[in-house]
Design a binder for this molecule. Structure first.
Ligand SMILES: NC(=O)C1=CN([C@@H]2O[C@H](COP(=O)(O)OP(=O)(O)OC[C@H]3O[C@@H](n4cnc5c(N)ncnc54)[C@H](OP(=O)(O)O)[C@@H]3O)[C@@H](O)[C@H]2O)C=CC1
Ligand SMILES: CC(=O)[C@@H](O)[C@H](O)COP(=O)(O)O
Ligand SMILES: [Mn+2]
Length: 378
């Protein structure tokens, strides 16, 4: 039986990589539905190529060229389409409700949209538990930890270590970060990704979100979740057992590897999307994070353990990155804005999705006020 897959964010980087994995494994996987936000032409092209009619376009009003259109299009697609797995490759906080709906409609969730877990980790896990469905991480580091923990049978785990490439400014002196441009920040050294996550890699906010994502996924105390700079992005994560042994997962920086793993799970396929050639010389190096130069990781650690602060971290960062990409604020204003927002009096426990959305909205308002103040001053 082929697994039926819905790809949310089919026009994005995760979406396209997922479509490649499906295309490369026609006997195993079958595309059941797709969503996009603005790229209608591209969405229709994919639908034609894969011969499907379950299409959703969320960034428009009623549009008869697609099956579902408008703000609720993704939710309608999930309600009306049978599938085994939903790959959530939507960028940002808008991925949250689709994650929950995927689980509620009885589908396993292959999750790239880390924001879902940062905003509503407990609610999503409880929804998965109630509906007897799995959350399979797609984020490369979490996919690696997931694999390693399974291989080690979750026994005697001491700590997990996520690697970070260091982003576009790993070698840029701190004093020069004031004047860097969006185009410079978008020049990721190892991965080809969407704009928002690429800016987050440059500021290390991505690693901050990933620490918060790992806190939810692996149920570990935050001091057991560590980060190390590894410029080659070959090792994606490591797990240390209590006897000191350190286990690592290695693969080239190609998202098809964790995506294939998530789609085939619990099986492992007999071929690799891009196998590592160990007959070639390969350098693997590691450095500590420079927290003074990149404060976003420390700010994320401050948000750990508090769902309200985690939501605020994500919301303020999304607003600040948007403003940076529009040249309204400087790169160095991003941590200033986010720290100011998370230092408000947010609740630690969040009960339901309505409360999540309320905190998200409030945090964005505070961030936008700060952005306006910065713009007025300059
Ligand atoms: N790229 C990567 O390698 C990795 C990404 N991730 C995570 O995966 C997610 C997607 O990232 P990435 O693929 O890089 O992003 P992209 O920007 O490349 O793609 C985003 C996708 O989401 C759609 N989209 C954008 N806004 C909305 C919205 N408001 N409602 C519904 N759909 C929307 C876009 O549609 P359209 O193009 O039509 O506008 C597009 O299909 C993020 O959460 C990211 O953190 C995690 C690990 C690795
Ligand atoms: C591919 C992936 O999982 C990204 O989240 C990646 O980790 C980003 O690179 P950084 O390590 O630079 O944040
Ligand atoms: Mn990652």
């Amino acid at each position: 039986m082929k697994k039926k897959i819905i790809v949310l964010g089919a026009t994005g980087t995760i979406g396209k990589n997922t479509l490649d994995v499906i295309k490369n494994n026609p006997d195993l996987f079958e595309l059941a539905g797709i969503s996009a936000h603005s790229k209608k032409k591209e969405l229709l092209k994919i639908a034609k190529e894969y011969n499907i009619n379950k299409t959703a376009l969320s960034g428009t009003n009623k549009d008869s060229d697609v099956l579902f259109s408008g703000e609720d299009a993704v939710i309608q697609l999930l309600l009306e389409t049978e599938a085994d797995i939903v790959v959530n490759g939507i960028a940002g906080a808008k991925g949250l409700l689709p994650s929950i709906t995927a689980l509620k409609t009885g589908k396993n969730l292959a999750l790239a949209n880390k924001e879902s877990l940062v905003m509503a980790g407990e609610i999503i896990k409880e929804t998965a538990r109630k509906n007897k469905k799995s959350i399979i991480p797609v984020d490369s580091e979490h996919s690696a930890v997931f694999l390693l923990l399974e291989a080690l049978r979750y026994k005697n785990i001491d700590e997990i270590i996520l690697t970070a490439s260091g982003g576009a400014f790993r070698n840029t002196p701190k004093e020069e970060l004031q004047e860097v441009t969006p185009n410079q920040a978008l020049n990721h050294p190892t991965w080809n990704m969407g704009k928002k996550i690429t800016i987050d890699s440059a500021s290390l906010a991505n690693k901050g979100l990933e620490v918060l994502e790992a806190e939810v996924l692996f149920d570990l105390p935050i001091e057991k979740i560590k980060v190390v700079i590894h410029p080659q992005s070959i090792i994606h994560a490591m797990v240390r057992q209590t006897d000191g042994s350190l286990y690592a997962q290695l693969s080239y920086p190609d998202m098809k590897t964790p995506i294939q793993h998530a789609l085939s799970y619990p099986d492992v396929l007999s071929h690799a999307p891009s196998p590592i050639d160990i007959t070639q010389p390969m350098e693997l190096s590691f450095y500590p994070v420079d927290n003074d130069k990149f404060p976003m990781l420390d700010i994320a650690y401050q948000a750990a353990g508090s769902r309200g602060k985690s939501i605020a971290f994500n919301a303020a960062n999304e607003e600040a990155v948007d403003a940076f990409l529009c040249n309204k604020i400087k790169f160095t204003d991003i941590p200033y804005i986010v720290e100011l927002v998370i230092n408000h009096n947010w609740t630690n426990k969040v009960i339901d999705i309505e409360e999540v959305l309320l905190i998200d909205k409030k945090a964005r308002e505070i961030a936008k006020t700060q952005i306006r103040k910065i713009v007025e001053k300059r």
